[in-house]
Write a protein that binds this ligand. Sequence first.
Ligand code: THU
Length: 142
Amino acid sequence: MGHEVDWDRLRDEAIAMLDRAFAPYSDFPVGVAGLVDDGRIVSGCNVENASYGIGLCAECGMVSQLAASGGGRLVAVACVGRHGIPLMPCGRCRQLLWEHGGATCLLLTPEGVLPMSDVLPQAFGPEDLATAAEAARHEESS
Ligand code: THU
């Protein structure tokens, strides 16, 4: 596979999303952009709500666009706050990135580029469901 990641481009796409953010409650706009394994770029911004707890993180919008535009795997992601400062995705969003990018997906962090396996160690993922289902089958047949 070996994707050459243009981090400047990805970061610029994430920065462009800051203007689209709907963050009147936190005044904390977030933009995110991801490179997909077929070369396209998907992006998102946070969309808050008067019912504070149901606000959507930028990454939610990005993975929704990923699915809606044809799916695929995320290979690199840049998430930024104001002035383009790299942001660590929240816990829930790390799980979203894990689902759609897995252990090898690269993330631009304040400490440089890191694989998701460093960002979400011992992650729970789809294979854990398969393992549990397999264990249940063994249980039934014994
Ligand atoms: N936020 C994101 O969009 N992504 C994250 O990973 C962290 C937090 C948003 C949620 C809320 O709209 C604002 O940042 C302040 O928490």
